[in-house]
Design a protein around this ligand. Structure first.
Ligand SMILES: Nc1ncnc2c1ncn2[C@@H]1O[C@H](COP(=O)(O)OP(=O)(O)OP(=O)(O)O)[C@@H](O)[C@H]1O
Ligand SMILES: Nc1ncnc2c1ncn2[C@@H]1O[C@H](COP(=O)(O)OP(=O)(O)OP(=O)(O)O)[C@@H](O)[C@H]1O
Ligand SMILES: [Mg+2]
Ligand SMILES: [Mg+2]
Lengths: 262, 262
């Protein structure tokens, strides 16, 4: 089972768009996928059609009230893609967890319990994708401890590139102190406009610094991707013939092919 | 003196790009401007050519060590534009301030002291622009308490629009409990691609919901704006003839004109 933290502390680089549509692409390819919304702004949950009221079961209940994951899960419109949703209460989570012993591994422990249950019930889980907020606080650290892989979503512009060294430092710290199994396995060039020299230069930099991890697939700019969340539909429901759909399907294919020849 | 919090909890909507270039435009129009970087990721500081080491005087020193603002200020390449910079220590600030009495008004008190000093020394200060991180935590609340105006930077896409009601709720809460003088005076359509129907629709929604506050000026997509930070230059140094330069100059003009006929 691959547990992947989708991360970049820079805002608006395409993390949520990636979790929603890569998750859907993998599920459409027959994989069983759990998406986890760890952002108090709950964009992923909204994208996948789940809009919770405060106090409804959510990632917050799991992190701060010890609720089992199974009690907070929601289905989505894509068969095979389940969601652990977020809602606004999660904005208090980092403060509440701050004084808790083992505060960085709360999500990991819940996830271990849940995946064990699933195995016992004969349910296969192939992918867990964790959508991180634009910060490197306790929520993102919980994601890095619960995951065994990191995918950095890198918008092909300056500020998103500039934050990478700090992100890599945090990953190393987590590897050293909390989660030796964590591995950077993917760098995804997102919102990539190939007509712009800046974008091509940044992509070149990514391929140079991360030759093994940078995906062949790039996610090009496609307004259909920006439109789809307002319809609470993934790109495959909203615009199945679009470039955005092709790109995320290709990314899923690349990730699955990589598993047959590790 | 206008103290403006430039805010939107959604990531990557153009807050930093706006503070840097609007600040520069106002300074070039003869205004005296203080820009405050309240984001631990310090993008604004980098943009304006100030890259601090940890422990160097910064917004963190002002918020958590009681350092006077004057001791942490830096000049920029634009005469009339000064910077209170950020650096990575600021990522610990929200946790450190959490238990402090009066934790929401630390910035306001420092700013009141500094502006009083400036007045006594015969220095005019016309604008204070505060760059907020992509969250509505203690740093953003400090900005809302220190400011008397709010400018919402709204990328013309779904998620940025979707977060507005929560943002307005936080502004009302601050008005009610901490800062009755705070007023929403500007909504700026940013990263606006007029060719896209989605963008035009979102702009229409903004003008409908905020008829008085939405600026006539929109900031169009212009790759020169995305390129300029990598050169640590504002748009006026990097590409003075560009659309981005014209848009931010027009925004400054609109804000200054509005002051003669309030
Ligand atoms: N490939 C793309 N083409 C066009 N627009 C895109 C693409 N990917 C994402 N977007 C749009 O860009 C904006 C930012 O994307 P998204 O919200 O997924 O980023 P994020 O990293 O999750 O942001 P945050 O840091 O705020 O959580 C959204 O309006 C989204 O619809
Ligand atoms: N008008 C524009 N045209 C083209 N690119 C832009 C424009 N405005 C901003 N950008 C680029 O879009 C990205 C996001 O902008 P910026 O960093 O200013 O947003 P932000 O709201 O400060 O983000 P964060 O929430 O992460 O602090 C940056 O790469 C920036 O260079
Ligand atoms: Mg997101
Ligand atoms: Mg910013």
């Amino acid at each position: 089972m691959r547990r992947i933290a989708i991360i970049n502390q820079k805002g608006g680089v395409g993390k949520t768009t990636t979790v929603a549509n890569l998750g859907a692409a993998l599920a459409r390819a027959g994989q069983r996928v759990l998406a986890i919304d760890l952002d108090p702004q709950a964009n992923l949950s909204l994208y996948l059609g789940v809009e919770l009221q405060p106090t409804e079961p959510s990632a917050y209940s799991v992190l701060c009230s010890g609720m089992p994951i199974s009690a907070a899960l929601r289905p989505t419109n894509t068969p095979g893609l389940e969601l652990l949703p977020s809602q606004i209460d999660l904005s208090g989570a980092e403060l509440e967890m701050a004084a808790t012993i083992g505060r960085e591994t709360i999500l990991r422990d819940s996830l271990d319990t849940w995946t064990k249950e699933q195995t016992q019930e004969g349910n296969r889980i192939d992918f867990i994708l964790i959508d991180c907020p634009p910060s490197l606080g306790l929520l993102s650290v919980n994601a890095l401890c619960a995951a065994n892989e990191v995918m950095v979503v890198a918008q092909t512009e300056f500020f998103a590139l500039q934050g990478l060294s700090r992100l890599l430092g945090i990953i190393e710290l987590v590897q050293a102190r909390l989660n030796p199994d964590l591995k950077l396995t993917g760098v995804l060039a997102s919102i990539y406009d190939a007509r712009l020299r800046l974008a091509r230069e940044v992509l070149g930099e990514l391929r140079r610094f991360f030759p093994a991890e940078t995906f062949q697939t790039t996610i090009g700019t496609n307004v259909r991707l920006a439109e789809s969340p307002s319809h609470a539909q993934t790109i495959f429901e909203y615009a199945p013939g679009s470039r955005g759909a092709r790109d995320y399907a290709a990314l899923a294919e690349e990730m699955l092919a990589g598993m047959e020849h590790p």
